[in-house]
Design a protein. Structure first.
Length: 670
């Protein structure tokens, strides 16, 4: 049965508080494509009845007898992309959305809210479900709300958004799982898109809208973030209090009660205007394993006791932090480039994870097509994702950087085969950094495991090629960590790049001879690496990331240390990895390739510091040779035109071979 009561104009104002706008349990439809059977349901492209449509089925149902089935059938997700239109753009009042979900075992689910009636222009919220964990983000801040769910079991998700205040709250089966101030506060539709590995059902969908009038005096708890979700973490919780009334607030008391201990602050001397927010910070609270409530309470408003609306004075969330596998560190590899207009999103999320999960997270930004690119790393990572920006958590799934949470939590709880420890010896005079990566095995293993070592650098700056393309300029694509206030492109003088991959040794897949044929539990094996750091690198900003790569190509475990931390750990002698590096004195970083993408010819730009034999090779995606030319000995700056205008649209690989040292970049021909 379908119930639809979409009214407009004055009638909406009079009735919206008393009638449900839309509900659908799909029972009146026939099995098959959903879109052609409903005025509200459509697809991302607007083409109904095809591959994008949701499928009405009797295979599962929360309320008899039907639901809508979503299943990804392509490697990148989709092609299903089903949209429920809300019938208007809501930017004030209280909007409520609710539906039931059934996520198949070992599968995932995803949907998002669109903040504009032009689909694809503004994302208001993302909801991911994977590995028994539901996570919510607004495209700006990860893990705004989190909750476990049982796979292969129906559960109800309800989201209440006070768009006037920007205060959102989510509930699973009636229990609050998070309260936050959202980055986007407009709603036009909900989009169900099965990502790679998705298989889920949706039933009993409803949405409603009511008007909201500000009380006179009202302080509301509009956000409660414990600052982490890992047991043993020392966190700095944050409570956000909003003036949700029309009267200025100049004082209040705020209490955080966690694990039976209250922490109270008296906030005075304010001049908090209507709809403005104030952030209250706490520090040094240890998260404990197990389920414990965290309760935030605002009281004594303007030294006068209660306010005019008690319903938003108290927020309670259940804190049940993840217990990490002993000795586990998770690695996030981000595919990025200064030419990529959406890649600021990756930089923002990498910074967030670095701050929020310090000690459990090692972030690596792998650049493409700019002066920070490392050919070996770029080429290896390119085989594992489909577009920019992308991210891989322990080299598992190709996800958007905003969607790393579910894989992070799953990998954090996966016991590693070995604990990894970095050691080092650093000679500041010669700038030689000797690194030892030791694996203390917790299980029996063999030589199909491999070790590798990555050096990253924070605070990287430059001039030519360092300006950042920025789709968020002007704010039309939403808030993104301050990039919305920067121009497009962001001038190089304003850009500082962190987590930049500087070298991976000996190869993207690791050292083939890292371990003996049989490794027993309790054994420790070490591989050593030697690097000469170019003078342009700031050793104080360099991080060492030791990697243990599993037989299936995933990163099993890691250790991340600064150079001083590794020196303190102590260097362990062991066999040396077979490292081959580009001589930093021979070539300035790597070659530049532009324009990329190109519609005509491309140019290979070199800045050779010594006389060097140069050969350029062009191959297609399969590795087939298209053309090659040896230019002999070159020196200094050279711009070599690469004839690509006759090529078909697609992806190609450009190899530059300098005295038998090969560097590779991907070229996109449009």
């Amino acid at each position: 049965m379908i119930k639809t009561t979409l009214f407009t104009g004055v009638l909406l104002v009079c009735t919206s508080a008393f009638s449900q706008l839309f509900s659908d349990n799909f029972d009146s439809y026939t099995n098959g494509a959903l879109g052609p059977q409903s005025l509200q349901w459509t697809t991302w492209s607007g083409t109904e009845g095809g591959a994008e449509d949701g499928i009405v089925t009797t295979n599962q149902a929360s309320s008899p007898t039907k639901s809508v089935y979503f299943n990804s059938t392509t490697s990148g997700g989709g092609p299903q992309d089903c949209v429920l239109k809300f019938g208007a753009l809501y930017n004030s009042g209280i909007f409520t959305y609710e539906s039931k979900f059934y996520v198949n075992t070992n599968k995932t689910a995803y949907f998002n809210f669109q903040g504009s009636q032009t689909i694809g222009s503004i994302w208001a919220l993302n909801v991911n479900m994977a590995n028994g964990l539901l996570t919510i983000d607004d495209g700006i801040t990860p893990d705004l709300a989190m909750a476990p769910y049982s796979p292969a079991t129906w559960f109800t998700l309800r989201i209440e958004a006070n768009l006037t205040l920007g205060r959102w709250e989510a509930f699973v089966d009636g229990t609050s799982i998070g309260v936050w101030e959202n980055g986007v506060n407009t709603l036009a539709s909900v989009d169900f898109y099965p990502l790679q590995g998705s298989q889920f059902y949706v039933d009993d969908v409803l949405f409603d809208h009511t008007t909201y009038t500000l009380p006179s005096l009202n302080a509301a708890v509009s956000g409660l973030n414990m600052g982490g979700n890992i047991a043993t973490q020392i966190v700095d919780p944050v409570i956000t209090v909003m003036n949700a009334g029309s009267t200025t607030i100049n004082s209040f008391d705020i209490t955080l009660d966690y694990n039976g201990t209250p922490y109270t602050q008296n906030i005075t001397g304010l001049n908090l205007a209507s709809l403005a927010s104030y952030t209250v910070n706490y520090s040094g609270i240890a998260l404990v394993a197990g389920s414990n409530p965290a309760v935030a309470t605002v009281s004594n408003i303007n030294a006068g006791g209660a306010d005019d609306d008690a319903t938003d004075d108290i927020v309670t969330i259940n804190v049940n932090p993840f217990v990490p596998a002993p000795g586990k560190m998770v690695v996030g590899e981000e595919a990025t480039g200064t030419w990529c207009q959406w890649c600021p999103r990756g930089a923002v999320y990498m910074d967030m994870y670095e701050a929020k999960y310090d000690g459990f997270w090692a972030g690596i930004a792998v650049h493409n097509g700019d002066p920070m690119a490392v050919s070996m790393y770029d080429t290896g990572l390119n085989t594992l994702f489909t577009g920019y920006p992308s991210a891989l958590v322990d080299r598992t799934n190709d996800v958007d950087p905003s969607g790393m949470a579910t894989d992070f939590w799953a990998r954090l709880q996966t016991p590693p085969a070995a604990f990894i420890t970095n050691g080092a010896v650093w000679n500041p005079s010669t700038r030689v950094l000797d690194v030892s990566v030791s694996a203390d095995f917790q299980i029996g293993a063999n030589n199909t495991y491999k070790l590798a070592c990555v050096l990253t650098e924070d605070g990287v700056t430059g001039t030519t090629g360092y300006s950042q393309s920025n789709a968020y300029a002007g704010g039309s694509n939403g808030v993104m960590g301050g990039y919305e206030s920067l121009p497009n492109p962001v001038p190089a003088a304003q850009m500082v790049y962190d987590h930049v991959a500087r070298v991976i040794a000996p190869a993207f897949t690791g050292e083939p001879n890292s371990f003996p044929a049989v490794v027993n539990s309790g054994e420790t094996h070490t591989l050593t690496f030697s690097f000469t750091l170019p003078a342009s690198w700031n050793e104080n900003n360099v991080n060492i990331v030791g990697l243990l790569i599993a037989p299936n190509g995933k990163i099993d475990n890691a250790d991340k240390t600064t150079i001083p931390e590794a020196v303190t750990n102590g260097y362990v002698f062991g066999p040396a990895a077979s490292v081959t590096e580009i001589n930093a004195d021979q070539v300035d970083n790597t070659f530049n390739l532009y324009p990329n993408p190109t519609v005509g010819n491309a140019v290979v730009s070199l800045n050779l510091k010594s006389e060097t034999n140069v050969e350029i090779v062009l191959r297609d995606m399969s590795g087939k040779l298209i053309k090659t030319r040896n230019f002999g000995k070159l020196f200094g700056g050279s711009n070599i035109e690469l004839g690509t205008s006759e090529l078909n649209s697609g992806v190609y690989f450009v190899e530059v071979i300098l005295d038998n040292q090969k560097m590779t970049k991907r070229l996109i021909k449009e």
